[in-house]
Design a protein around this ligand. Structure first.
Ligand SMILES: N[C@@H](CCC(=O)N[C@@H](CS)C(=O)NCC(=O)O)C(=O)O
Length: 324
């Protein structure tokens, strides 16, 4: 791990991201928006018009945040319009690499770089930033449009509708307040909560994170006992944001991040719900368990010093989900 300081890669360890034993995730630094007509979005610069073939996504199959963007690319029929490069699952001293000696790792077929930090410095040779996936790259201007997955999925949800004719809406107006409320709790205690648990360096920080995490999973199980989806009978962005954490849970977070009070499999409603989402056409092909298990267990040597990648349970995700 490391980051760019004035355009130079500086290695550091994860302890630098922690304060009082608690893991603190930094804000993303690139926040422009692709819009249908190229006008400015809610933040950042204007000039990023939705056009076929203009944009490229750099992702890791391992990363739950990048995974959101791959799911929306599928659900919104964007695969023919937005190209993708997949990094190698090992994130070591130089950060994400484009080594392609792991099945599914594509290398950088767009810019030919060897590490993701070089993509950031191609856009800005003096960048000071963390180097994270996903990155949404603009081939026309050679800039990073955004490296914030929560915003990239909103762009994908609507900006390209005119090109694809796909008008499904995962962030419908009427449900926005409820989606935002659910997202806030799930982001803090579940999506990021598993990291806070796994990267805690004090018992106190760990207890706090894990208690909040399972408090939220119990709450979600209660919602899913009554409703098919988080906001009712409509599948929304809130569900997809939860999905990318749940799909990693039993194989990785339960063991590697010490989230082992229960598995998703132990929550009957959540387990059926996870399978239902996995079975939505296009979604299973965005899930690569080899990258997921390899990345976490191999890259985080501060919590798994021998880098043993365990044999994980086979999840029967294609069995009937029993929902709806
Ligand atoms: N807020 C960002 C977070 C992205 C993120 O933290 N990605 C991780 C991988 S799961 C990463 O690239 N970390 C590298 C680092 O922090 O140096 C988003 O949602 O897009």
């Amino acid at each position: 791990m490391g980051q760019l300081i004035d355009g130079t890669w500086e290695a550091e360890n994860l302890a630098a991201l922690s304060s009082g034993g608690e893991f603190k995730r930094k804000e993303s630094s690139y926040r422009s928006w692709i819009t249908a007509d190229g006008s400015a979005g809610p933040s950042g610069e204007a000039g990023f018009k939705a056009e076929s073939g203009r944009y490229h996504l750099y992702v890791s199959y391992a990363c739950p945040w990048a995974h959101r963007t791959l799911i929306f690319r599928q659900l919104k029929d964007l695969a023919d319009h937005i190209s993708v490069s997949v990094v190698h699952p090992d994130m070591l001293d130089k950060g994400w690499s484009f080594d392609s000696d792991f099945p599914g790792a594509t290398g950088d077929d767009l810019l030919g770089k060897s590490h993701l930090h070089e993509v950031y410095t191609q856009a800005d040779p003096t960048a000071t930033t963390r180097v994270t996936v996903p990155v949404l790259w603009d081939k026309a201007t050679g800039q990073i449009v955004s490296n914030e997955s929560a915003e990239i999925i909103r762009m994908f949800n609507s900006a390209f509708n005119g090109l694809t004719g796909n008008t499904t809406d995962d962030y419908p107006e009427a449900l926005r307040p409820r989606i935002d409320e659910i997202n806030d709790r799930i982001y803090d205690t579940v999506n990021n909560g598993v990291y806070k648990s796994g990267f805690a360096s004090s018992q106190k920080a760990y207890d706090k994170a894990v208690t909040a995490l399972f408090g939220s999973l119990d709450w979600i199980e209660g919602i899913l006992a009554k409703n098919r989806y988080l906001t009712g009978d409509t599948l929304t962005e809130a569900d997809w944001r939860l999905f990318t954490t749940l799909i990693r849970f039993d194989k990785v977070y339960h063991t590697h991040f010490k989230c082992n009070r229960s598995r998703v499999l132990d929550f009957p409603n959540m387990w059926g719900y996870l399978k239902e989402l996995y079975q939505v056409p296009g979604v299973a092909e965005t899930v690569n368990f080899d990258h997921i298990t390899r990345h976490y267990y191999y890259s985080h040597d501060h919590i798994n010093p021998n880098r043993i990648v365990p044999i994980t349970p086979d999840l029967d995700l294609m069995s009937p989900h029993g929902r709806g």
